[in-house]
Design a protein around this ligand. Structure first.
Ligand code: SF4
Length: 357
C-alpha cells in the first residue's frame, strides 16, 4: 500500500516553499510553465462529491458534470487555496466556463486561459507557442517571477521524467502489484503532486506479479469517478489492464528535443497520445485503441463517459464500428458526476462482463 499525500498536505508544502497554487481544469496544459513560474498545479476533475446547485444556476442542464461541479466547488470555497485558475480550451463546455467565470462570477483569483490547436501543422505549433508566451506573461504578472530559459528547461525535464515514470506504470501494469483502485489512485496522483514527488512515488510502487483476476478490460473516457467504480468492476469478476483515460494515459507526453523551451512544450502538447479533445482522427484513434487492447489482452473496452461530454460522444459510433470489425467488444455508458454510481450503470457493466466471460 502506497502512502500518497493529500491535496491539503501538498498545498501546505507548496506554501512552506513560498510557492503558489494553480487550480487547473482538464485536460492538456503546460505543467512545466506553471512550476517554473512558482505555481503548483492542482487539477480539478469535478470533484464528484459536491452539491451542484450553484453550478447549475450558471449553465444549461446539458452541460457536463465537470464544469457544473467545478463551478459549484469554486463557489463553495473549494478552490480558496488557489492563486490562479487555469482553464484550457478543451471543449465548448470549458470555454463557456472560462467566460462565465470572467464575465459573471468574477472569482477572487485571476482566470487564465490557454487555447489548444486541433491539429499539429507548423502554423498550429506557432500558434501554441504564442499562447504559451501569453500565459507565461500572465503568470509572471501574478507571481512576480520570470524564470530564465535554464530554469524553464529544468522544469520541462523534470516533467518529462515524471511522464516517463507514468508511462512505465501504464506499460507494465501487469507487473505493478496493486489492485485496480490503488493503481489508478497512484496514476491520478500526477494530477496534484509535484513532478519530483510523483517520480519518487511511482518508483516506490510495489513490483511483482500484478492482479489478474477475471475478465481483462480496458477503460476509456475522461475520468473514472467515483473511484469505487474499480471495486465494483472487481466484484463483477473483471479487472482493468489498460486505460485510455484523459486523466491518465492520454497525457503520456513524449520527451521533446527542441532547445527552445516554448517550442519543446508546444511539441509535447501537440504530440501527445490520440485524444478526441485534441481533434485526433477517429480512425487513427480507433486503431490505436484496438492495438493497445490486443497488446494487453483486454477482452472488452469500457467507455465510461461523463454525461454530456461532446468530444467523447463524437467518437463513440465510429469507435464502436471499428472495434466491432476488429472483433473487439465495447460498452459505452454515461455517468452523472456524483458521489455514487447509478445501479442501472452498474447493471450494464455487469452484463457486459458476463457476456465477455
Ligand atoms: S467532460 Fe467533456 S465536455 Fe466536460 S469538460 Fe471534460 S471534455 Fe469538456
Amino acid at each position: 500500500m502506497l502512502t500518497i499525500p493529500t491535496r491539503a498536505e501538498v498545498v501546505r508544502q507548496v506554501r512552506e516553499r513560498g510557492e503558489r497554487v494553480a487550480a487547473v481544469l482538464p485536460i492538456h496544459y503546460p505543467r512545466a510553465l506553471l512550476r517554473a513560474h512558482g505555481f503548483q498545479p492542482m487539477e480539478v476533475w469535478g470533484p464528484p462529491s459536491v452539491s451542484v446547485v450553484e453550478g447549475n444556476a450558471h449553465f444549461q442542464a446539458y452541460t457536463c458534470g465537470i464544469v457544473r461541479n467545478a463551478t459549484s466547488f469554486l463557489l463553495q470555497g473549494g478552490l480558496d487555496a488557489a492563486d490562479v485558475i487555469v482553464i484550457p480550451h478543451t471543449c465548448d463546455a470549458l470555454q463557456g466556463m472560462a467566460s462565465v467565470l470572467k464575465d459573471f462570477i468574477e472569482p477572487r483569483q485571476p482566470v487564465a486561459t490557454i487555447y489548444l490547436p486541433r491539429a499539429a501543422r507548423s502554423a498550429d505549433r506557432g500558434f501554441l507557442q504564442a499562447e504559451l508566451h501569453r500565459l507565461a506573461q500572465q503568470l509572471a504578472e501574478i507571481s512576480g517571477r520570470s524564470p530564465s530559459g535554464g530554469e524553464l528547461m529544468a522544469a520541462i525535464e523534470r516533467e518529462e521524467e515524471a511522464d516517463r515514470e507514468l508511462g512505465a506504470l501504464a506499460e507494465h501494469r501487469s507487473e505493478i502489484d496493486l489492485g485496480d483502485r490503488d493503481y489508478f489512485t497512484l496514476l491520478r496522483a500526477r494530477e496534484f503532486l509535484p513532478a519530483e514527488s510523483f517520480i519518487e512515488l511511482a518508483r516506490s510502487a510495489p513490483r511483482g506479479r500484478g492482479p489478474d483476476r477475471g475478465v481483462p478490460l480496458m477503460i476509456s473516457g475522461i475520468v473514472p469517478e467515483p473511484m469505487d467504480l474499480f471495486d465494483h468492476i472487481n466484484e463483477m469478476g473483471a479487472h482493468v489492464v489498460a486505460d485510455d483515460l484523459a486523466c491518465c494515459s492520454r497525457r503520456l507526453y513524449r520527451p521533446g528535443s527542441a532547445s527552445d523551451p516554448f517550442e519543446r512544450m508546444a511539441d509535447a502538447l501537440l504530440g501527445g497520445p490520440l485524444d478526441p479533445t485534441r481533434g485526433s482522427p477517429i480512425l487513427e484513434r480507433a486503431r490505436a485503441v484496438a492495438s493497445r487492447m490486443a497488446q494487453c489482452g483486454a477482452k472488452g473496452l469500457l467507455v465510461y463517459d461523463v454525461k454530456f461530454c461532446e468530444p467523447e460522444l463524437f467518437d463513440v459510433p465510429l469507435l464502436r464500428k471499428h472495434l466491432t470489425e476488429a472483433g473487439l467488444s465495447m460498452l459505452h455508458v454515461e455517468f452523472d458526476m456524483t458521489g455514487s454510481i447509478a445501479q442501472q450503470t452498474l447493471t450494464r457493466i455487469e452484463a457486459f462482463v458476463e457476456m465477455l466471460q
